[in-house]
Ligand binder design. Structure first.
Ligand SMILES: Nc1ncnc2c1ncn2[C@@H]1O[C@H](COP(=O)(O)OP(=O)(O)OP(=O)(O)O)[C@@H](O)[C@H]1O
Length: 230
């Protein structure tokens, strides 16, 4: 059995300063290959939690295990490398490099992740496969990312997260700018790519309507504090 993609145990975190927002997560587990929607209202701590999972923030207590490795066992340098190797991230604002080509944007995580690069094999062929799978127009690889439509940028951000088949993909409200029909189309494409990469997906959102598409839904207010998610 593959290691779970993600296991959080007894996480405690507080933003600095008096009365800084505090987050306690007793347990959250995402098995390999599962698609989980984490629902929470605005300001409930979804982005903070994603930063803890990505090792960008450190919990005061508790452990974050990604694909069998406990992040706090790694030095900061090794944690950055580990994140690039094992986690694909789709940011809310996509965070593409606007002056770089689509191909350079998609290949970016591989620069810092030799094992992920090795898994990718032929990088150009992999970019081509991802762009086709995400219904991006032929020849888009050479275009400048900042000149793409928002929908195209979003799909390029998915390709960047999925290249080299990371075991865990994190997505921070990637559908918030879309109408219901475009959301459904986007999720279909995202799920197809996640399935073909064999990655687990943890997507955070405040939109209850997305729930039926996922294997499991976790409400952030149920994992915070005393209750256990599963
Ligand atoms: N850099 C920071 N320094 C101090 N407090 C912060 C920082 N970033 C976020 N917070 C606080 O943490 C709390 C949770 O914010 P967070 O962005 O994690 O919520 P969210 O659920 O992702 O919200 P949204 O859905 O609106 O993006 C808020 O009270 C916010 O003010």
């Amino acid at each position: 059995m593959a290691e779970p993609a993600l296991e959080l145990s007894d996480i405690a975190f507080q933003w600095p300063g008096e009365g800084g927002f505090a987050l306690h997560v007793r347990k959250l587990r995402v098995p390999a290959g599962e698609k989980v929607l984490l629902l929470g209202a605005s300001g409930s701590g979804k982005s903070t939690l994603l930063s803890l999972i990505g090792g960008i923030l450190n919990p005061r207590d508790g452990s974050v295990r990604v694909a069998g490795t406990t992040l706090s066992d790694l030095s900061i340098r090794h944690r950055d490398r580990f994140r690039a190797e094992t986690i694909g991230i789709i940011f809310q604002q996509f965070n593409l490099l606007p002056y770089a080509s689509v191909a350079d944007n998609i290949a970016l995580p591989l620069r810092f992740a030799p094992a992920r690069r090795a898994r990718t094999g032929n990088i150009a062929a992999s970019i081509d496969r991802l762009c086709n799978g995400l219904c991006l127009p032929k020849g888009i690889e050479t275009q400048t990312a900042g000149l793409l439509s928002v929908g195209q940028q979003q799909r390029v951000a998915v390709a960047r997260a999925l290249i080299g088949t990371p075991p865990l993909v994190l997505a921070d409200e990637p559908t918030s700018a879309l109408d219901t029909r475009s959301q459904a189309q986007f999720l279909d494409l995202l799920f197809q790519q996640v399935a073909s990469a064999g990655s687990a997906l943890l997507m955070v959102s405040h939109e209850e309507g997305l729930a039926p598409s996922f294997d499991r839904v976790v409400h952030l207010d149920e994992v915070i504090g005393k209750q256990e998610a599963r």
